[in-house]
Design a protein around this ligand. Structure first.
Ligand code: TPP
Length: 340
């Protein structure tokens, strides 16, 4: 079996446009609180979720929008949920981090690492209630240091659960560079539990698709879980309005806002030793430097990469894009109309 690149692109484009529209709604104040987008993760999501079958389940992290959209969850109800409205997917009680769809056997959680146990539960239920079906677990590399995820991996192997663990490696967990808090290689860590682990380029939808195909085949045939490690960027930082990103994008304007409090933190009489406080300042400037570097390196856009491969049939490409653009416009106007 081979992936249909046009289908992959269509779903990735829809997800991207929907999240860009969500971003605009957030900036205009119609969505409150934090907003974590899955922009940058589309190839990982498309390569895995689009191979799910009827009765398969997925346990998601705080970036659940793209998997929900690609699994076919109604986008108007999703956006209404983000807006905290009673006609949202979860009656406006969950927000973008706590999404649930019984029909799609899909659940997300803002508790880092929680998708591991949830997916193990889905997979155990699959074995008993829906033989031949599987579960997917999505999480970031930061979650790989959470005990509950590692415990779930252990049991999944021991019980040979039909499960695929998908680790989306952005190299950052909020303001922590993951390499500074993570020992060893994550694929080796997963292998040490006794499951196969594959490292793939998470911006290459086809590469993800092939790796996921093999992992899902293994799970469906009762041979147990697998681990996929897929590097992918978060061009919008940890969440919308990410302060580190704001500084790197607009240093002159933003430094003005933070310089005062930073200088005050070093010069005030009370507090820790001056050495400790200047050390803290050094840490902040180092983080700004690393964010700038990461931004410069994060030029790989999964959507652009796939689009580049499809450009030879520009007519077909444009037809898909125009159709999706109209669809998203409809979604946004329906969601806002319900607001009025
Ligand atoms: C158990 C738990 N600890 C801490 C947090 C706060 N928190 C939210 S997102 C996040 C970083 C997660 O990093 P990663 O798993 O790599 O996912 P990413 O945000 O990079 O996609 C943290 C620490 C949380 N939500 N849950």
């Amino acid at each position: 079996m081979q992936p249909d690149v046009w289908v992959l692109y269509e779903h990735m484009y829809r997800s991207r446009l929907f999240e860009e529209a969500v971003s605009r709604q957030w900036k205009e104040g119609r969505i409150s609180g934090e907003m974590h987008l899955s922009i940058g993760e589309e190839a990982v999501v498309a390569g895995t979720v689009l191979q799910l079958q009827e009765g398969d389940a997925m346990a998601l992290d705080h970036r659940g929008t793209s998997p929900m959209v690609m699994r076919g969850v109604d986008m108007v109800r999703l956006l209404r949920e983000f807006m905290g409205q009673a006609d949202g997917l979860c009656c406006g009680k969950g927000g973008h981090m706590h999404l649930f769809s019984r029909q799609h056997l899909a659940a997300s959680s803002g508790i880092v690492g929680a998708s591991g146990p949830a997916a193990a539960g889905f997979a155990l239920a699959a074995r008993h209630l829906r033989p031949g079906t599987i579960a997917l677990a999505f999480f970031g590399e930061g979650a790989m240091n959470q005990g509950m995820l590692l415990e779930a991996m252990n049991l999944a192997v021991v019980w040979k659960l039909p499960l695929v663990f998908v680790c989306k490696d952005s190299k950052w967990a909020i303001t922590t560079v993951s390499a500074t808090v993570t020992g060893g290689k994550l694929t080796k860590r997963a292998e040490s539990f006794g499951m196969p682990a594959v490292e793939i380029d998470g911006t290459d939808a086809e590469a993800v698709w092939y790796a996921a195909r093999d992992a899902m085949k293994r799970a469906r045939s009762g041979r147990g879980p697998s681990f996929l490690l897929a590097a992918c960027p978060h061009p919008e930082g940890h969440f919308l309005g990410d302060p580190l990103l704001r500084i790197t994008r607009n240093p002159v304007k933003e430094i003005k806002n933070v310089a005062g409090p930073l200088v005050k933190s070093v010069t005030r009489l009370k507090g820790g030793s001056v050495a400790k406080r200047t050390g803290g300042l050094g840490k902040v400037s180092s983080l700004i430097g690393q964010t700038t570097k990461a931004q410069l390196l994060r030029q790989k856009d999964p959507l652009k990469i796939l689009c580049g491969k499809l450009k030879k049939d520009s007519g077909r490409l444009r037809e898909i894009e125009v159709r999706i653009e109209n669809e998203i416009q409809q979604v946004i106007s329906s969601a806002l109309k319900a607001q009025a």
